[in-house]
Design a protein around this ligand. Structure first.
Ligand SMILES: [Zn+2]
Length: 138
């Protein structure tokens, strides 16, 4: 078995949430009827409302629609690429050669430069190397 044909293990891809769930408890009051009742302190006849009150538990199920799904390769040196033309199940079962055939390297995600001290890939706006702490004069 040549190294080119060796299967590489790929951890499962994170799936998007299919449903967003929320709970709310809200008070409610509903008027049932109007009556005339004797008002206790002075015994006068007063118009009154009989109401139903309580709390409502409300469950929201909000569906999440995923679109423009893409599959990316993120190299440890900061470069990234997109895998085109393979389905998710094909990617999960793919070997190295097949992935490399379908890999399209994009210009985004490339490090602008490397640390002069340790060689770690750096973004353009870094003032210090995140690995060794060397100040970067730009
Ligand atoms: Zn460094």
């Amino acid at each position: 078995m040549s190294p080119e044909k060796k299967n590489i293990r790929i951890p499962p891809l994170k799936g998007a949430e299919r449903m967003f769930f929320m709970i709310a408890v809200l008070p409610f009051a509903k008027s049932l009827t109007r009556v005339f009742l004797t008002f206790p302190p002075d015994g006068s006849l007063q118009e009154a409302e009989i109401a139903e009150t309580g709390s409502r538990l409300i469950l929201f199920f909000i569906p999440v629609f995923t679109f423009q799904k893409q599959y990316e390769v993120r190299f440890s040196n900061g470069c990234s690429g997109q895998i085109e033309g393979l389905s998710k199940s094909e990617i999960l079962q793919a070997n190295r050669q097949l992935l490399e055939e379908h890999l399209v390297i994009r210009q985004t995600g490339f490090p602008v430069s490397n640390c002069p001290h340790c060689g770690y890939p750096l973004d353009q706006d870094f003032e210090y190397c995140p690995k060794c702490g060397t100040p970067l004069n730009r």
